[in-house]
Design a protein around this ligand. Sequence first.
Ligand code: HDE
Length: 697
Amino acid sequence: MASKKKTPAPTAAKGLAAPAETHQTAQEGHAVLTTNQGLPISDNQNSLRAGTRGPALLEDFILREKITHFDHERIPERIVHARGSGAHGYFQPYESAADITKAAFLQDPKKRTEVFARFSTVAGGAGSVDLPRDVRGFSVKFYTQEGNYDFVGNNIPVFFIQDAIKFPDVIHAVKMEPDRGFPQAASAHATFWDFISLTPESMHMIMWVMSDRAIPRSLRMIEGFGVHTFRFVNAEGTSNFVKIHWRPTIGSAAVVWDEAVKISGADPDFHRRDLWESIDKGDFPEWELSVQVFDEATAAKLDFDVLDPTKLIPEEIIPLRKLGKMVLNRNPDNHFAETEQVAFCPSHVVPGIEFSDDPLLQGRLFSYLDTQLSRLGGPNFHQLPVNAPRCPMRNFQRDGLRQMEVPVGRVAYEPNSLAPEAPRECPTHGFRTHPEEVSGEKIRKRSETFADHYSQARMFFRSMSEPEQNHIASALAFELAHVEIKPIRQKMLGHLQNIDQALHDTVAAALGMEGQATPIEPAVTPRKLEASPTLSLVGKNPNTLKGRKVGIFIADGFNAVLLATLKTAITKEKARFALIAPKIGGATGNDGVLVEADHALSGGPSCFFDAVAVLTSAESCELLVTEAAAVNWLRDAFGHLKAIAFDASALPLLEAASVEQDAAVLQIGDKKSVATFITAAKAGRLWEREPTLRSIG
Ligand code: HDE
């Protein structure tokens, strides 16, 4: 179970020295409230004023201290990835990876390394919603015995651009437009598509961000990718290239777009809440860490450049080697102190993990430390508890804003003869860069090997299942319909023609712009690559309810035995359930027992759940058919392609919601029929239903 910690007394904040004396308690069982200087406060309800109805006095230093601190509570939010959710946990290797890396945390299957993970959206501000169409950041800080290793990746294995110098442009283009200040957290606007239409290297990434990957069901279900090629180096000094992957053990799943839109309104914190609640309930999210390992000779044989971050290596070509598992088992104690102040940096590596010459990665190695200086107010942010290494940290760096330590002694330099006990460099264990020969002209020029912008975009699209292809087409149609400038839409249609003619035709038809594409001449003629079925989420559907949530709608007179059967069956699958009733007070079963609800109908829409069940009675159903919220609840579950269980009395509600009975709309009444429903729910969405409801996706 998640550890339940007591809220520490205000005077015993972590990282601060304990007060010399504990204050006498004013009220039984409570510590005394003090100012930041430790002065006991007698009245926290009234400011000091001249007479009970008179003006406030400047003298009130207690009021001024409190308000001043409050006024400065906010720090600059991250320029990108501002909205994030974090958790603590550990990483444990399956076996030693000594043959490929000397990284200490990957050697011993018995050893757990503490981690802090943060998942984020990219475009929106810290207060934006969890479910825009967007890339998700996937960062993990490993507090290893050799210092912190930061994995700073995304849930998509490729990126928009090939060179760091273009990053401010792509981000400015996707962020809210600077004159009008909207749209927030959305790529569906002119400046984003203007930039993209002029940037053919983005096309592969565009296929991914228009796919279901960009609207994940849960942060617990996203994959993670290092994007760039990295190097692993073993103790003998042998270096290999690696691509780093994370896979959730409960499988990946996405919501459908209409759900994403509705969830954003009904629960803007949907992902953050889901992560928190799962950990809180002891249902710990887990990911397996894997690598694709390849040497320089293999890299040279691939039909693209491994230094190009807009390309991936299909698993069918280089399979994944599993290294170990991460388990997130503790929620943050304080969102600001941990999730907000955590500072990830791709240049935080440990011996055995190094960089490649990917020009995007090279720029990132500079950017993250630089951004922390302004975001966290100076060069000492590594002293914040969430950032501090768990192994000893000793050097001669001194002073600076927000210095929290008190370094002792007169020696703050090296070499020195005055402090024999002071730290020294360590030629045997210290970090050494793998020697790599480098030569070349000083030049601003992209390698010719980066020029094929469409082949992998096409491969990704053609590796998708039919519903996933439909969703890409429909996302493109939705996004481009928000672009009021026609030539931008026409250029995008030109790019789509280079990716896949059928995709172009569907989008052009959905936009009502057939025959209007502006042809785009590709730098390299797109090739027909083998499909990579492992890229399809639908293809990898894990057939499980583990970690999923079933919404059970109950109304007065519901069959209490059936509810109990359903609950048992759901729990057995390691899934959770929530009860929804017309009113939060609950509903009374046919056994006369009142069962409290987790959500009132208005606060628990069916889009929160992976599958649903409806248990009513003839009388209560008669009322529900005239209640729009109840009808929509069911209609949405059907429209979102979910498995629906209902008892016979709920049939009129199905009719009112135009819910047709199909392979996943199942009447339940006993254990056997409940088992059939569970089987349907485990299969995930019923994709065959989709074409009967929407023309594309
Ligand atoms: Fe980032 N990125 N990025 N990025 N990035 C930041 O660092 C940057 C890129 C990623 O949970 C910033 O601390 C540049 C790729 C994640 O705190 C900033 C370039 C990938 C996070 C920055 C990239 C990422 C960030 C903003 C192009 C996937 C959130 C705040 C050269 C591999 C980390 C901060 C967290 C955050 C710069 C491209 C992932 C401004 C210059 C590619 C997951 O430094």
